[in-house]
Design a protein around this ligand. Sequence first.
Ligand code: GLN
Length: 244
Amino acid sequence: MEKLIIGHFYPDLLNLYGDRGNVLALMRRAQLRGIEVEVKRISIGDDVKVGDIDIGFIGGGQDREQNIMADDMKNVKGPVIKQMIEDGVVFLTICGGYQMLGKYYEEHDGTKIECLGALPHYTKGENERFINDTVYEIDINGVKTTVVGFENHSGRTYLGEGEKPLMTVIKGHGNNGEDGTEGAIYKNTFCTYSHGSLLPKNPAITDMMLSIALKRKYGEDYKLPSLSTETEDLARKQALEYIG
Ligand code: GLN
């Protein structure tokens, strides 16, 4: 039986708007296929080594929580997280978690948080928050898919060299409200401003992440068994109707 280990980083600090639902969605769509899943909670004081996890997850947080975990992320877990990202471990990071992977996050009042620097983006906070239900488009292996989500951030993120946007904005603000980009992708690390509803309502992304993680672990020939997306599609359809 195949098994995946999901590392949920800072679950006690970074978990806004149901971000944990992403971990539940990964678990559920794996377990329905007979794949065993273990979730490890990895916060300040917890140990993690390269090779411990197959999928890493970092949710969003308020500026206050980002200040609390910044030192641990940069100076304690930093080298391990960086190595995992370079090795191609699958990561999903949302909003505050996305910002923390970059170089720095300058809050709207000018306070600067030195971030991990695993990816080259940087973020500047503004007084006006971007709060929206969102619609994006993602390209998964050449198939364009509509993605629904929700954003709530003061930070404007600007991508750096070698980083590509994960999606394009159809409705909402995305990375910075200027360039139509949303999120970032580097190797198998996926970053987005789209909160809790990302994976539960967008199963194509869930399955893409599961497939990459399982191929890394069990070989390129591994084929993710097909699984209905009927329920998730209904939820996405309803969200799209509501967003208008
Ligand atoms: N504190 C960050 C901001 O406001 C991230 C917020 C979040 O994770 N929702 O930009």
